[in-house]
Design a protein around this ligand. Structure first.
Ligand code: ADP
Length: 271
């Protein structure tokens, strides 16, 4: 008993110093005069699973697109694995980052979208090995070994010689997940990965994501409208409303015991 308590204390103190993989500091994003995100500060720790929920237009995708370098913050900074996106610090001064720096930081990020965007003319194996060989510069053999491992993980290890059109939408999305994992990114972003799927294919993709999450070491940020999934997978849930994090905490608080009327109303739609 005593040992257990000590163990927990150690774990807690470790958590305070845990590795921060993603850090948004005082980020604001405006399109013209329209401010879509305000004062966003957020740290995501190594291995943490963060679910972003909220009504359409609340800013969830913008948060993720800024991390993907598809949008630049109007104010504030974003760091991935200790390196700033968009900026480089030189002698205490923030200078615009060059393309080489951006590519390096972008390489730490994996993303899976609604549309799986596999290359139709390549086999499943080649879909998974092209980027690691061309971008990471690893050997074809090494890439194949990694790809086979990840395809096994998503339950498609026997489809390596098939083409995307021979797979169902759910299977293609699982390949897209495997393809991202082969790159061994520091953080994986999932933007409504089941939204474009037929309802009967949603479950298999969510199961794969749950398995990956359960392994523990992959840092994940997920935008989802699947509340049960968010509750099962996330360590932390952020409720975005009007460009702000309106509520945040473990799923047992945010999803099961929402405090604000806005969140109660939002969650009510899923019951
Ligand atoms: P969510 O993902 O929560 O649905 P988004 O991040 O996509 O929300 O959008 C937040 C707000 O930003 C919305 O009002 C949207 O219309 C606006 N927005 C997003 N991208 C652009 C853009 N490129 N130009 C103008 N407005 C945009």
């Amino acid at each position: 008993m005593t040992e257990e308590v000590v163990d927990n204390e150690i774990k807690e103190s470790e958590n305070e110093n845990e590795n921060i993989v993603v850090s948004y500091k005082d980020v604001k994003k405006a399109f013209g005069d329209t401010v879509v995100l305000n004062d966003l500060s957020l740290n995501v720790a190594q291995g943490e699973k963060v679910a972003l929920i909220g009504p359409s237009g609340s800013g969830k995708t913008t948060i993720i697109r800024m991390l993907m370098t598809l949008e630049q913050p109007t104010e504030g900074t974003i760091e991935v694995d200790g390196e700033m996106l968009w900026h480089k610090e030189v002698n205490g001064e923030l200078l615009p980052a060059d393309e080489k720096h951006m590519r390096k930081v972008r390489g730490k990020i994996g993303m899976v979208f609604q549309q799986y965007n596999l290359f139709p003319h390549m086999t499943i194996m080649r879909n998974c090995t092209t980027a690691p060989v061309n971008v990471l510069g690893i050997s074809k053999d090494e890439a194949k070994t990694r790809a086979q491992e990840m395809l096994d993980k998503v339950g498609l290890g026997d489809k390596v010689d098939n083409y995307p059109s021979q797979l169902s939408g759910g299977q293609q999305q699982r390949v897209a997940i495997a393809r991202s994992l082969v790159m061994q990114p520091k953080v994986m972003l999932f933007d409504e990965v089941t939204a474009a799927l037929d309802p009967e294919l949603v479950g298999e993709v969510l199961e794969v994501l749950k398995d990956i999450a359960a392994e523990g070491d992959t840092t994940m940020m997920l935008i989802t409208h699947e509340m049960e999934f968010a509750r099962d997978v996330a360590d932390r849930v952020l409720f975005l409303d009007n460009g702000k994090i309106a509520e945040h905490g473990p799923p047992s608080e945010v999803i099961e015991n929402p405090q604000t009327e806005r969140l109660q109303a939002f969650l009510g739609r899923f019951n």
